[in-house]
Design a protein around this ligand. Sequence first.
Ligand code: NAD
Ligand code: TYD
Length: 354
Amino acid sequence: MNMKIKNLMVTGGCGFIGSNFIRYLLEQSDFQGRIINVDTLTYAGNPENLKGVAKTWPGRYVFVRADICDLEAMKKIFAEYGIDGICHFAAESHVDRSIKRPDSFIFSNIIGTFNLLEIARGRGDAFQIFHHISTDEVYGSLGPEGLFTEETPYRPNSPYSASKAASDHLVRAYHETFGLPTTLSNCSNNYGAYQFPEKLIPLMVLNALEEKPLPIYGDGKNVRDWLYVTDHCEAIWTIMKRGERGETYNVGGASEIENIVIVNMILAILDEIRPRENGKSRQDLIIYVKDRPGHDRRYAIDFSKLQKALGWEPRESFATGLRKTIEWYATNRDWSDRVRSGEYQHWIDEQYGG
Ligand code: NAD
Ligand code: TYD
Protein backbone atom coordinates (compact mmCIF):
# COMPACT_ATOMS: atom_id res chain seq x y z
CA MET A 1 0.00 0.00 0.00
CA ASN A 2 1.40 3.36 -1.02
CA MET A 3 0.45 5.56 1.90
CA LYS A 4 1.96 9.03 2.16
CA ILE A 5 0.25 10.82 5.00
CA LYS A 6 1.10 14.51 5.10
CA ASN A 7 -0.78 15.59 8.22
CA LEU A 8 -1.49 12.85 10.72
CA MET A 9 -3.76 13.70 13.63
CA VAL A 10 -2.72 11.70 16.69
CA THR A 11 -5.39 11.99 19.37
CA GLY A 12 -4.43 11.49 23.00
CA GLY A 13 -0.76 11.94 22.13
CA CYS A 14 0.08 13.27 25.61
CA GLY A 15 -0.98 10.02 27.26
CA PHE A 16 1.07 6.90 27.84
CA ILE A 17 0.86 5.01 24.55
CA GLY A 18 0.22 8.09 22.39
CA SER A 19 3.41 9.82 23.55
CA ASN A 20 5.48 6.68 23.00
CA PHE A 21 3.92 6.37 19.53
CA ILE A 22 4.74 9.96 18.53
CA ARG A 23 8.38 9.51 19.53
CA TYR A 24 8.49 6.18 17.69
CA LEU A 25 6.85 7.42 14.49
CA LEU A 26 9.04 10.50 14.09
CA GLU A 27 12.04 8.21 14.04
CA GLN A 28 10.68 6.04 11.19
CA SER A 29 12.21 6.79 7.79
CA ASP A 30 8.98 5.77 6.04
CA PHE A 31 7.03 8.54 7.74
CA GLN A 32 7.89 12.00 6.48
CA GLY A 33 4.67 13.79 7.38
CA ARG A 34 3.71 16.11 10.20
CA ILE A 35 2.04 15.02 13.44
CA ILE A 36 -0.79 17.11 14.89
CA ASN A 37 -1.22 15.93 18.46
CA VAL A 38 -4.75 16.70 19.69
CA ASP A 39 -5.20 16.21 23.40
CA THR A 40 -7.45 17.89 25.95
CA LEU A 41 -5.00 17.15 28.78
CA THR A 42 -7.05 15.24 31.32
CA TYR A 43 -5.31 14.07 34.50
CA ALA A 44 -3.65 11.40 32.30
CA GLY A 45 -2.40 13.74 29.59
CA ASN A 46 1.02 15.20 30.15
CA PRO A 47 2.85 17.40 27.60
CA GLU A 48 6.06 16.68 29.54
CA ASN A 49 5.93 13.19 28.00
CA LEU A 50 6.90 14.86 24.71
CA LYS A 51 9.44 17.33 26.04
CA GLY A 52 11.98 18.28 23.38
CA VAL A 53 10.07 16.65 20.49
CA ALA A 54 9.09 19.89 18.73
CA LYS A 55 12.74 21.08 18.88
CA THR A 56 14.20 17.77 17.73
CA TRP A 57 11.80 17.57 14.77
CA PRO A 58 11.28 21.15 13.55
CA GLY A 59 8.13 21.51 11.44
CA ARG A 60 7.12 17.90 12.08
CA TYR A 61 5.21 18.19 15.36
CA VAL A 62 2.37 20.44 16.50
CA PHE A 63 0.39 20.27 19.73
CA VAL A 64 -3.21 21.48 19.90
CA ARG A 65 -5.10 21.39 23.18
CA ALA A 66 -8.67 20.39 22.27
CA ASP A 67 -11.40 17.98 23.28
CA ILE A 68 -12.48 15.37 20.72
CA CYS A 69 -16.03 15.75 22.06
CA ASP A 70 -16.03 19.31 20.70
CA LEU A 71 -17.17 18.81 17.11
CA GLU A 72 -16.59 22.40 16.01
CA ALA A 73 -13.05 22.40 17.41
CA MET A 74 -12.31 19.15 15.58
CA LYS A 75 -13.68 20.53 12.28
CA LYS A 76 -11.47 23.58 12.67
CA ILE A 77 -8.36 21.46 13.26
CA PHE A 78 -9.13 19.26 10.27
CA ALA A 79 -9.46 22.28 8.01
CA GLU A 80 -6.55 24.27 9.44
CA TYR A 81 -4.02 21.44 9.27
CA GLY A 82 -5.33 19.55 6.21
CA ILE A 83 -5.67 16.31 8.18
CA ASP A 84 -5.40 13.26 5.91
CA GLY A 85 -5.00 10.50 8.50
CA ILE A 86 -5.86 9.77 12.13
CA CYS A 87 -4.32 7.53 14.71
CA HIS A 88 -6.87 7.59 17.51
CA PHE A 89 -5.66 6.95 21.07
CA ALA A 90 -7.66 9.56 23.03
CA ALA A 91 -9.85 7.87 25.60
CA GLU A 92 -10.55 7.49 29.26
CA SER A 93 -8.55 4.36 29.95
CA HIS A 94 -8.76 3.19 33.56
CA VAL A 95 -11.28 0.47 34.51
CA ASP A 96 -11.47 1.46 38.21
CA ARG A 97 -12.35 5.06 37.29
CA SER A 98 -15.06 3.81 34.90
CA ILE A 99 -16.65 1.94 37.80
CA LYS A 100 -16.69 5.04 40.00
CA ARG A 101 -17.70 7.56 37.29
CA PRO A 102 -18.59 6.18 33.88
CA ASP A 103 -19.87 9.42 32.30
CA SER A 104 -16.58 10.73 30.87
CA PHE A 105 -15.98 7.28 29.33
CA ILE A 106 -19.23 7.54 27.40
CA PHE A 107 -18.43 11.05 26.19
CA SER A 108 -14.77 10.72 25.26
CA ASN A 109 -14.70 7.12 24.10
CA ILE A 110 -17.99 6.98 22.20
CA ILE A 111 -19.04 10.53 21.27
CA GLY A 112 -15.41 11.60 20.70
CA THR A 113 -14.80 8.70 18.32
CA PHE A 114 -18.09 9.38 16.54
CA ASN A 115 -17.10 13.04 15.96
CA LEU A 116 -13.78 12.07 14.39
CA LEU A 117 -15.39 9.45 12.15
CA GLU A 118 -18.00 11.93 10.96
CA ILE A 119 -15.43 14.56 10.03
CA ALA A 120 -13.12 12.01 8.42
CA ARG A 121 -15.82 10.64 6.14
CA GLY A 122 -16.62 14.16 4.96
CA ARG A 123 -13.09 14.48 3.57
CA GLY A 124 -13.61 11.92 0.82
CA ASP A 125 -10.62 10.57 -1.09
CA ALA A 126 -8.20 13.02 0.52
CA PHE A 127 -8.48 10.99 3.70
CA GLN A 128 -6.12 7.99 3.81
CA ILE A 129 -6.47 6.15 7.13
CA PHE A 130 -8.41 6.09 10.38
CA HIS A 131 -6.60 3.79 12.79
CA HIS A 132 -8.49 3.08 15.99
CA ILE A 133 -6.69 1.78 19.08
CA SER A 134 -8.80 -0.57 21.15
CA THR A 135 -8.42 -3.19 23.81
CA ASP A 136 -8.74 -6.95 24.28
CA GLU A 137 -11.12 -6.15 27.16
CA VAL A 138 -13.99 -5.83 24.64
CA TYR A 139 -13.95 -9.64 24.37
CA GLY A 140 -14.80 -10.11 28.06
CA SER A 141 -13.14 -12.70 30.26
CA LEU A 142 -11.54 -16.08 29.50
CA GLY A 143 -11.53 -19.23 31.60
CA PRO A 144 -8.24 -21.07 32.21
CA GLU A 145 -7.97 -22.14 28.55
CA GLY A 146 -8.20 -20.44 25.16
CA LEU A 147 -7.21 -17.16 23.55
CA PHE A 148 -9.07 -14.16 22.14
CA THR A 149 -9.07 -14.14 18.34
CA GLU A 150 -10.49 -11.49 16.03
CA GLU A 151 -13.58 -13.74 15.74
CA THR A 152 -14.30 -13.85 19.50
CA PRO A 153 -17.72 -12.25 20.18
CA TYR A 154 -17.70 -8.96 22.07
CA ARG A 155 -18.78 -9.33 25.74
CA PRO A 156 -17.47 -6.26 27.56
CA ASN A 157 -17.88 -6.35 31.35
CA SER A 158 -16.85 -2.89 32.60
CA PRO A 159 -18.13 0.56 31.61
CA TYR A 160 -14.63 1.14 30.17
CA SER A 161 -14.66 -1.93 27.94
CA ALA A 162 -18.30 -1.34 26.96
CA SER A 163 -17.44 2.18 25.82
CA LYS A 164 -14.46 0.89 23.82
CA ALA A 165 -16.66 -1.82 22.28
CA ALA A 166 -19.17 0.82 21.20
CA SER A 167 -16.43 2.85 19.55
CA ASP A 168 -15.09 -0.26 17.76
CA HIS A 169 -18.55 -0.96 16.35
CA LEU A 170 -18.79 2.61 15.06
CA VAL A 171 -15.41 2.30 13.35
CA ARG A 172 -16.47 -0.95 11.71
CA ALA A 173 -19.80 0.55 10.60
CA TYR A 174 -18.12 3.60 9.04
CA HIS A 175 -16.01 1.29 6.91
CA GLU A 176 -18.91 -0.94 5.88
CA THR A 177 -21.41 1.87 5.29
CA PHE A 178 -19.31 4.77 4.04
CA GLY A 179 -16.15 3.03 2.82
CA LEU A 180 -13.97 4.97 5.29
CA PRO A 181 -10.43 3.49 5.16
CA THR A 182 -10.24 2.16 8.70
CA THR A 183 -8.02 -0.25 10.58
CA LEU A 184 -8.56 -1.36 14.16
CA SER A 185 -6.29 -3.00 16.69
CA ASN A 186 -7.25 -4.71 19.95
CA CYS A 187 -4.25 -5.01 22.20
CA SER A 188 -3.48 -6.44 25.60
CA ASN A 189 -2.17 -4.58 28.69
CA ASN A 190 0.67 -2.24 27.79
CA TYR A 191 3.58 -1.42 30.06
CA GLY A 192 6.63 0.83 29.79
CA ALA A 193 7.76 4.41 30.42
CA TYR A 194 5.28 7.30 30.91
CA GLN A 195 2.30 5.21 32.08
CA PHE A 196 0.16 7.10 34.57
CA PRO A 197 0.86 5.56 38.00
CA GLU A 198 -2.66 4.29 38.61
CA LYS A 199 -2.18 1.15 36.48
CA LEU A 200 -0.81 -2.03 38.04
CA ILE A 201 2.90 -1.91 37.16
CA PRO A 202 3.81 1.76 37.80
CA LEU A 203 1.55 1.87 40.86
CA MET A 204 3.28 -1.13 42.44
CA VAL A 205 6.77 0.15 41.61
CA LEU A 206 6.15 3.59 43.10
CA ASN A 207 4.26 2.34 46.15
CA ALA A 208 7.07 -0.11 46.87
CA LEU A 209 9.70 2.63 46.58
CA GLU A 210 7.61 4.84 48.85
CA GLU A 211 6.99 2.11 51.46
CA LYS A 212 3.23 2.21 50.78
CA PRO A 213 0.91 -0.83 50.75
CA LEU A 214 0.66 -2.85 47.53
CA PRO A 215 -3.08 -3.56 47.08
CA ILE A 216 -3.77 -6.86 45.31
CA TYR A 217 -7.40 -7.21 44.19
CA GLY A 218 -9.11 -10.50 45.11
CA ASP A 219 -6.80 -13.52 45.16
CA GLY A 220 -4.19 -11.96 42.85
CA LYS A 221 -4.57 -14.76 40.35
CA ASN A 222 -6.21 -12.76 37.58
CA VAL A 223 -4.20 -13.06 34.41
CA ARG A 224 -3.28 -10.37 31.89
CA ASP A 225 -1.14 -10.56 28.76
CA TRP A 226 1.60 -7.89 28.83
CA LEU A 227 2.75 -5.97 25.76
CA TYR A 228 5.78 -3.69 25.84
CA VAL A 229 4.69 -0.27 24.64
CA THR A 230 7.34 0.05 21.89
CA ASP A 231 6.28 -3.31 20.44
CA HIS A 232 2.74 -1.96 20.39
CA CYS A 233 3.86 1.20 18.57
CA GLU A 234 5.58 -0.92 15.93
CA ALA A 235 2.42 -3.01 15.50
CA ILE A 236 0.25 0.09 15.05
CA TRP A 237 2.50 1.57 12.38
CA THR A 238 2.73 -1.80 10.59
CA ILE A 239 -1.08 -2.06 10.51
CA MET A 240 -1.53 1.54 9.38
CA LYS A 241 0.90 1.02 6.50
CA ARG A 242 0.03 -2.46 5.34
CA GLY A 243 -3.12 -3.63 7.13
CA GLU A 244 -6.18 -4.35 5.05
CA ARG A 245 -8.76 -1.55 5.30
CA GLY A 246 -11.82 -2.54 7.30
CA GLU A 247 -9.86 -5.24 9.18
CA THR A 248 -9.18 -5.80 12.87
CA TYR A 249 -5.87 -7.09 14.23
CA ASN A 250 -5.17 -8.43 17.72
CA VAL A 251 -1.85 -7.34 19.25
CA GLY A 252 -0.36 -9.26 22.18
CA GLY A 253 2.91 -9.66 24.03
CA ALA A 254 2.97 -13.46 24.41
CA SER A 255 3.35 -12.84 28.17
CA GLU A 256 0.44 -14.19 30.19
CA ILE A 257 1.08 -13.66 33.89
CA GLU A 258 -0.88 -13.63 37.15
CA ASN A 259 -0.97 -10.27 38.93
CA ILE A 260 0.65 -11.61 42.09
CA VAL A 261 3.51 -13.09 40.09
CA ILE A 262 4.15 -9.69 38.49
CA VAL A 263 4.17 -7.96 41.85
CA ASN A 264 6.66 -10.50 43.17
CA MET A 265 8.86 -9.97 40.08
CA ILE A 266 8.76 -6.20 40.64
CA LEU A 267 9.75 -6.61 44.29
CA ALA A 268 12.63 -8.95 43.43
CA ILE A 269 14.03 -6.43 40.92
CA LEU A 270 13.57 -3.47 43.28
CA ASP A 271 15.16 -5.34 46.18
CA GLU A 272 18.16 -5.88 43.91
CA ILE A 273 18.52 -2.43 42.27
CA ARG A 274 17.13 -0.24 45.10
CA PRO A 275 17.52 -2.25 48.31
CA ARG A 276 15.64 -1.10 51.39
CA GLU A 277 17.66 0.61 54.08
CA ASN A 278 17.00 -2.27 56.48
CA GLY A 279 18.06 -4.77 53.79
CA LYS A 280 14.76 -6.69 54.09
CA SER A 281 12.51 -7.70 51.20
CA ARG A 282 9.50 -5.48 50.47
CA GLN A 283 7.16 -8.52 50.50
CA ASP A 284 5.60 -7.26 53.73
CA LEU A 285 4.02 -4.36 51.82
CA ILE A 286 1.64 -6.71 49.93
CA ILE A 287 -1.98 -6.54 51.10
CA TYR A 288 -4.97 -8.35 49.67
CA VAL A 289 -7.98 -6.05 49.22
CA LYS A 290 -11.62 -6.38 48.16
CA ASP A 291 -11.95 -7.49 44.55
CA ARG A 292 -12.83 -5.09 41.72
CA PRO A 293 -16.54 -5.52 40.79
CA GLY A 294 -16.88 -7.45 37.50
CA HIS A 295 -13.14 -8.19 37.57
CA ASP A 296 -12.25 -10.11 34.38
CA ARG A 297 -10.40 -13.28 35.30
CA ARG A 298 -8.13 -13.80 32.36
CA TYR A 299 -7.12 -12.12 29.09
CA ALA A 300 -4.92 -13.84 26.53
CA ILE A 301 -4.37 -12.87 22.92
CA ASP A 302 -3.94 -14.82 19.71
CA PHE A 303 -2.01 -12.41 17.47
CA SER A 304 -1.30 -14.94 14.70
CA LYS A 305 -3.32 -12.95 12.15
CA LEU A 306 -0.99 -9.96 12.50
CA GLN A 307 2.03 -12.26 12.61
CA LYS A 308 1.09 -14.16 9.46
CA ALA A 309 -0.40 -11.33 7.41
CA LEU A 310 2.04 -8.53 8.25
CA GLY A 311 5.03 -10.26 9.86
CA TRP A 312 4.82 -8.46 13.21
CA GLU A 313 5.70 -10.12 16.49
CA PRO A 314 6.74 -8.74 19.86
CA ARG A 315 10.50 -8.20 20.31
CA GLU A 316 10.70 -7.55 24.05
CA SER A 317 10.54 -10.34 26.65
CA PHE A 318 8.57 -9.57 29.79
CA ALA A 319 11.65 -10.04 31.99
CA THR A 320 13.75 -7.49 30.08
CA GLY A 321 10.84 -5.09 29.45
CA LEU A 322 9.84 -5.12 33.10
CA ARG A 323 13.40 -4.41 34.27
CA LYS A 324 13.72 -1.45 31.88
CA THR A 325 10.35 -0.14 33.01
CA ILE A 326 11.19 -0.40 36.70
CA GLU A 327 14.53 1.32 36.12
CA TRP A 328 12.72 4.15 34.31
CA TYR A 329 10.27 4.73 37.20
CA ALA A 330 12.98 4.44 39.83
CA THR A 331 15.07 7.05 37.98
CA ASN A 332 12.31 9.47 36.97
CA ARG A 333 10.81 10.07 40.39
CA ASP A 334 10.28 13.80 39.72
CA TRP A 335 8.06 12.87 36.74
CA SER A 336 5.79 10.71 38.88
CA ASP A 337 5.74 13.24 41.73
CA ARG A 338 4.62 15.92 39.30
CA VAL A 339 1.97 13.91 37.44
CA ARG A 340 0.39 12.88 40.72
CA SER A 341 0.35 16.39 42.15
CA GLY A 342 -2.25 19.12 41.70
CA GLU A 343 0.64 21.44 40.99
CA TYR A 344 1.01 19.80 37.62
CA GLN A 345 -2.55 20.69 36.55
CA HIS A 346 -1.91 24.37 37.37
CA TRP A 347 1.20 24.27 35.22
CA ILE A 348 -0.77 22.85 32.29
CA ASP A 349 -3.43 25.53 32.61
CA GLU A 350 -0.80 28.28 32.62
CA GLN A 351 0.98 26.83 29.59
CA TYR A 352 -1.96 25.87 27.43
CA GLY A 353 -4.98 27.73 28.83
CA GLY A 354 -7.29 26.13 31.38
P1 NAD B 1 -3.88 7.33 28.88
O1 NAD B 1 -5.02 7.42 29.85
O2 NAD B 1 -2.49 7.29 29.36
O3 NAD B 1 -3.98 8.58 27.88
C1 NAD B 1 -5.17 9.00 27.28
C2 NAD B 1 -4.91 10.36 26.64
O4 NAD B 1 -6.12 10.77 25.99
C3 NAD B 1 -4.56 11.46 27.65
O5 NAD B 1 -3.47 12.21 27.15
C4 NAD B 1 -5.81 12.29 27.74
O6 NAD B 1 -5.56 13.66 28.06
C5 NAD B 1 -6.39 12.14 26.33
N1 NAD B 1 -7.85 12.32 26.29
C6 NAD B 1 -8.78 11.71 27.06
N2 NAD B 1 -10.00 12.16 26.73
C7 NAD B 1 -9.82 13.07 25.73
C8 NAD B 1 -10.71 13.89 24.98
N3 NAD B 1 -12.02 13.88 25.22
N4 NAD B 1 -10.20 14.69 24.01
C9 NAD B 1 -8.86 14.72 23.78
N5 NAD B 1 -7.97 13.98 24.48
C10 NAD B 1 -8.45 13.17 25.44
O7 NAD B 1 -4.24 6.10 27.96
P2 NAD B 1 -3.27 5.04 27.26
O8 NAD B 1 -2.96 3.97 28.24
O9 NAD B 1 -2.18 5.76 26.56
O10 NAD B 1 -4.28 4.42 26.19
C11 NAD B 1 -4.36 4.93 24.86
C12 NAD B 1 -5.41 4.14 24.09
O11 NAD B 1 -5.07 2.76 24.09
C13 NAD B 1 -6.82 4.22 24.68
O12 NAD B 1 -7.74 4.31 23.62
C14 NAD B 1 -6.98 2.91 25.43
O13 NAD B 1 -8.34 2.50 25.47
C15 NAD B 1 -6.14 1.99 24.56
N6 NAD B 1 -5.58 0.81 25.27
C16 NAD B 1 -4.72 1.00 26.32
C17 NAD B 1 -4.17 -0.12 26.95
C18 NAD B 1 -3.18 0.03 28.08
O14 NAD B 1 -2.73 -1.00 28.61
N7 NAD B 1 -2.80 1.22 28.49
C19 NAD B 1 -4.51 -1.40 26.52
C20 NAD B 1 -5.40 -1.55 25.47
C21 NAD B 1 -5.91 -0.42 24.83
P1 TYD C 1 -4.91 -2.37 35.44
O1 TYD C 1 -3.48 -1.94 35.32
O2 TYD C 1 -5.89 -1.43 36.06
O3 TYD C 1 -5.37 -2.80 33.97
P2 TYD C 1 -6.73 -3.54 33.47
O4 TYD C 1 -7.74 -3.49 34.54
O5 TYD C 1 -7.14 -2.69 32.29
O6 TYD C 1 -6.32 -4.93 33.09
O7 TYD C 1 -4.97 -3.74 36.25
C1 TYD C 1 -4.25 -4.88 35.83
C2 TYD C 1 -4.62 -6.01 36.76
O8 TYD C 1 -4.12 -5.72 38.07
C3 TYD C 1 -6.12 -6.21 36.93
O9 TYD C 1 -6.39 -7.60 37.06
C4 TYD C 1 -6.45 -5.50 38.23
C5 TYD C 1 -5.17 -5.69 39.04
N1 TYD C 1 -4.87 -4.60 39.99
C6 TYD C 1 -4.61 -4.89 41.33
O10 TYD C 1 -4.65 -6.06 41.76
N2 TYD C 1 -4.29 -3.86 42.17
C7 TYD C 1 -4.23 -2.58 41.76
O11 TYD C 1 -3.96 -1.65 42.58
C8 TYD C 1 -4.49 -2.28 40.36
C9 TYD C 1 -4.44 -0.87 39.85
C10 TYD C 1 -4.79 -3.34 39.53
